[in-house]
Design a protein around this ligand. Sequence first.
Ligand code: NIG
Ligand code: FE
Length: 416
Amino acid sequence: MDTLFTNIKELLQTRSASEVKVMGKSMRELPHIKNAFLRIRGENILDFGAMADLVIQKSDAVVDVTGKIILPSWCDSHSHVVYAGDRSQEFVDRLNGLSYEEIAANGGGILNSAQTLQNTSESALYEQSIQRVNELIKLGTGALEIKSGYGLSTEAELKMLRVIKTIREKSPLKVKATFLGAHAIPEKYKTNKSAYIDLIINTMLPEVHHQELADFIDVFCEKGYFSLEDTEQILEAATRYGLVPKIHVNQFNAFGGVGLGVKYKALSVDHLEVFNEEDLKVLKNSDTIPVALPGCSFFLGIPYTPARKLIDAGLPLAIASDMNPGSAPSGNMNFIVSLACIKMKMTPEEAINAATLNGAYAMDISKQYGSISKGKKANLIITKEMTSYHQIPYLYGNTPIHKVMLHGKFVDSYFI
Ligand code: NIG
Ligand code: FE
């Protein structure tokens, strides 16, 4: 099936497929073609260019998108979209004065979600999760990383990972799976954390590996959760099983998690609301990409990752939703792009680079996703009519989406 888009007002993020991430000053550039065409064959991008250079060829479908913009669909490299129930009561508790940390210390937070998930069947968990995923697709997300970490028992962690696998098989979205058994210390192990770490290393990890349920390993490296030593033990074991680290660090405290991630060749280090000079130095000499999660800062009222500091120092930056029931219930990447501009002072070009190509890099899929490049997958957002792509972050809270194409097919056809 060949589809030809014509009269595209602006075709964004046009690059050679060999560019796998953008960093520093280059993030200010968003290569684009005005009045463009784009030709799709099967799942892939076949060709693109200026309308003036369009050579007439037979196509199965010609779609005139006069006034509209086309860009790669969002690559959301950090989510916890598989969860059971919700935590809206904790949201209200926070509005009434309790802090996120206080709620967690009282058995709420991640442990609350774990209890609900353990009591939810695999099919119910899948049904709840796929509904969220379908909403995200309509909002323009075309690739999504999904973490376990609300199971916190071998059985429940494997259940979560199987649900992620089913989403990967059934959904048109590109999915990457991360094993986050080390998300919190379960109640049962409260006074014996090392026994839980043993369980992760000696029981969960071998099963996850054997059943091929994860691409990446994650640890919540934070005070009151997993220390540097705990994190190192888990990363050491997981990398022996071939799992690449993508870790939660520096959300509330900076104590060397970034350096540890770099030491274990983490693909990404995520959160970084608290960030120091030492962190900057180690990242500069690495291939690890920092990932900011502005939705979490917005929802919890905590500091934003200092994007300007990172980018101005020459680093790459990705932005992701962190969608989860406790600290970031929305997975709307259009809003994340707005927040990155409004709250982190990123330019529209930087924010779009961070949410497309760099997001893809943070999932190790940027050779196939994240830009308009010949041979890459045809995962596209076709916007409503707009004056320029600046309107994507400017019209915060609105959806810029007219249509979405994933792997060469309009998503409407998956939902009807
Ligand atoms: O990335 N920080 C750790 N994990 C999630 C929040 C988990 C929760 O509150 O359920 C995060 O913000
Ligand atoms: Fe997270």
